[in-house]
Write a protein that binds this ligand. Structure first.
Ligand code: ZN
Length: 289
């Protein structure tokens, strides 16, 4: 009885996230208004401009991106790196600046083993509520720490809690060059529901192009990964980094958009992932992402 509303809600949430991201990217490329009454025609290339924000990517093949937030953790991240190596999986780590400074060697190992690093702020505040100069400092200090640890700056950023306004997306992309990465699959692992639940939620919801959110600071999440990786690989999914997934992105026709948004219909009805926070919301429901 409950399945239909939940499925609909999940679809709407997903569609809303995706369209929000796409709209933000186009606005970001709008030309400045010229002065002195002169007018300039809009550039013809706006539609071809790369998107700024992603919660999933429209791809042709069975490709997905596993992401791990809030580390690096001195003990748990190396355990996860062992598991990823055993499964020949490359993942993306959205790291906290203070943890990068504390454990740069973990980040160095991750990069050396083919994983991607993204900026997840210095101390995990909710950006949507903050002044621009405070957000800028959060991002710059973390960018500096990552560059000091691995020799290069990241190209991706995930706002803590998914909390970011459309205007912030534009200026952050403009100043830092970051793509803003959200997610479409959220197993709510930060609530520590147990490894089996984390696995079943991820395996049930994941589809081609998914960006899966999880955290390498919770023991239960690490414990969930062997079965998660095994089961996703058994279903034919191929793991790539977020930047690799974006590079595989295909344009969506209106028809494809509908098919893509409706993809969860193949999933069981009860969805724990129905609450990724729309990026413009200043009131995230998840204390941990
Ligand atoms: Zn986080």
């Amino acid at each position: 009885m409950k399945s239909q509303p939940i499925r609909l809600s999940r679809f709407l949430t997903f569609a809303g996230l995706l369209s929000f991201c796409l709209a933000g990217s186009l606005v970001a490329q709008a030309p400045l208004t010229p002065g002195l009454g002169k007018t300039t025609p809009p550039p013809a290339t706006v539609a071809a401009t790369p998107f700024v924000c992603y919660s999933a990517v429209h791809v042709d093949g069975p490709f997905i991106a596993m992401t791990f937030d809030d580390g690096p953790s001195e003990k748990l991240t190396p355990e996860l790196l062992d598991l990823l190596a055993q499964h020949h999986i490359h993942a993306t780590f959205f790291v906290i600046g203070t943890n990068v400074v504390a454990h740069p060697e973990v980040l160095q190992r991750a990069v050396g083993e083919g994983h991607e690093i993204g900026n997840h702020s210095w101390s995990h505040p909710a950006f949507a509520k903050m002044r621009d100069d405070s957000v800028r400092l959060q991002l710059q200090k973390t960018d500096d720490a990552i560059r000091a640890a691995i020799g290069s700056s990241p190209t991706l950023m995930r706002p803590p809690y998914g909390s970011i306004t459309a205007r912030q997306k534009r200026w952050i992309n403009s100043e830092f060059g970051y793509r803003i990465i959200l997610w479409d699959i959220d197993p709510l692992d930060w609530k520590r529901p147990g490894a089996a639940v984390v696995t079943s939620r991820i395996v049930r919801e994941t589809r081609p192009g998914s960006i899966i959110l999880s955290h390498d600071i919770h023991p239960g999440t690490i414990k969930a990964m062997p079965a998660t990786f095994d089961q996703l690989q058994a279903k034919g999914f191929k793991f790539v980094t977020v930047s690799e997934l974006i590079a595989m992105g295909k344009p969506m026709t209106p028809k494809q958009t509908g098919e893509y948004g409706a993809a969860p219909s193949a999933s069981p009805s009860r969805s724990p992932a129905a609450t990724p926070v729309p990026a413009a919301s200043p009131a995230p429901s998840s204390p941990n992402p």
